[in-house]
Design a binder for this molecule. Structure first.
Ligand code: GLU
Length: 423
């Protein structure tokens, strides 16, 4: 491999994504030419643009990115994050993970990701809207229902997707709901998209706990994060009879070994924004959540939180990754040696993009599915993907992350080979 390939993307997450890919490409004996093509994204857009604060005199220059990793399979697909430390490499690494994720659940997209380096917590609603609309204008020529379809990610939500859709529609002159997923249902958004990632994770709880001879109705679960993914994972886990003993946000974590009242915690956050101050549980440091005595750990917030520092202290026997890239390569090695059963991000959190796919199909066909239809199809796709990956893991005698990558990479490699090279 040419060591210069991909140096534009130098960033910890990009190296993590390429590191995972290289390890598995070697195990599979993947063709070197195909491996080189998949190591780097096909298209990357970097923009800088002015952003006027509410204080009219203050104009800040912001950096934004949209990276399309693979255009072989159909349009590209992936979220847009607003976060203070986003860079091109991070977005490129996450776009690569989206490619594998889409291939594993069998939705006809390549991976993409976007981001704006800004702290959304510091923005007023009007400022958030201006950043969203201007960034959308900056990338308007690279997105579209047949080319690249954004969705929510860290720091963005249904409202941001609605502004994106409106900006795109104003530009082309008619309403185009299918340019983005994760929209509000009133605008053609899927009625089950908001809960999809958390729900999808918990559809895998029975099979994942069975892999370590645990009863899903008896298990205790700690969830890092209580936002778009963590909150709905907590609700879905609780509905299945599991005990959610800890959840966290940026203020810290709440813990009750007898099980939290998930609805009450959720109501508390709706009213008070942060978990801190929640009266009916112990308040502990967010980092201590990872090493609690629980059966199942669900990292459902940000990247690189399970590291060489805490991997040896983790007591959970099963980890279900709701966040993207929550486990570093080093920690992954440690946990593999310790025989912790990890359901990797590219499988575990694929419920989000799966329901995004449903939303896109419904928007294109102008045909609305019922919530029951959506949830039943989501369950079927998630459980089938898990079974496929688990059978590869058993057959090849590898861990679930390697097996999931094998499934995703093989599918893409086959498609690339049959398409051939132009010209
Ligand atoms: N941001 C989500 C992810 O990382 C969703 C992407 C989508 O729905 O397109 O999977």
């Amino acid at each position: 491999m040419d060591p210069h390939i991909g140096r534009e993307f130098d960033s910890p997450i990009y190296h993590e994504a390429v590191g995972q890919f290289d390890r598995v490409a070697k195990l599979m004996g993947l063709d070197d030419n195909i491996a080189d093509r998949l190591r780097v994204p096909q298209k990357s857009t970097t923009v800088s643009f002015p952003f006027r604060h509410d204080n009219y005199a203050e104009v800040e220059t912001l950096m934004g990115y949209r990276v399309q990793h693979l255009t072989t399979m159909g349009p590209t697909k992936g979220g847009i994050r607003f976060a203070p430390d986003v860079d091109l490499g991070e977005v490129a690494g996450l776009a690569m993970l989206m490619t594998w994720k889409c291939a594993i659940v069998g939705v006809p997209f390549g991976g993409a990701k976007g981001g704006v380096r800004v702290n959304p917590m510091e923005l007023s609603r009007a400022e958030l809207q201006r950043v969203t609309r201007r960034f959308t204008m900056e990338i308007i020529n690279v997105i579209g229902p047949e080319t690249d379809i954004p969705a929510p990610d860290l720091g963005t939500n249904e409202q941001v997707m609605a502004w994106l859709m409106d900006t795109y529609s104003q530009h082309v002159g008619h309403a185009v709901p299918s340019v983005v997923t994760g929209k509000p249902p009133s605008l053609g958004g899927s009625i089950a998209r908001r809960e999809a990632t958390g729900r999808g994770l918990m559809f895998l709880l029975p099979a994942a706990t069975a892999a370590r001879a645990l009863d899903p109705k008896e298990v205790t679960i700690a969830i890092h994060g209580f936002g778009n993914v963590g909150k709905y994972a907590a609700v879905a886990g609780h509905q299945q009879g599991a005990k959610i003993v800890a959840v966290s946000d940026i203020s810290g974590a709440i813990y009750d070994s007898d099980g939290l009242d998930v609805d009450a915690a959720s109501k508390w956050v709706d009213e008070n924004r942060y978990l801190e101050g929640y009266p009916d549980a112990d308040f502990i440091d967010g980092d201590d959540l990872f090493t609690l005595p629980v059966d199942v750990l669900v990292p459902a917030a940000i990247q690189n939180v399970i590291t060489a520092k805490n991997a040896n202290e983790i007591q959970a026997k099963v980890i279900i990754e709701g966040a993207n890239n929550p486990t570093t390569l080093e920690a992954d090695d440690i946990l593999r040696d310790r025989d912790v059963f990890i359901v990797p991000d590219i499988l575990a959190n694929a419920g989000g993009v799966t329901v995004s796919y449903f939303e896109w199909v419904q928007d294109i066909q102008k045909y609305i599915w019922t919530e029951n239809e959506i949830v039943a199809r989501l369950r079927e796709i998630m459980t089938r993907a898990f079974e496929d990956v688990h059978s590869i893991a058993t057959r090849e005698n590898v861990d679930m992350r390697s097996a999931a990558l094998m499934k995703g990479i093989q599918k893409i490699a086959d498609a690339k080979l049959v398409r051939g090279i132009f010209p």
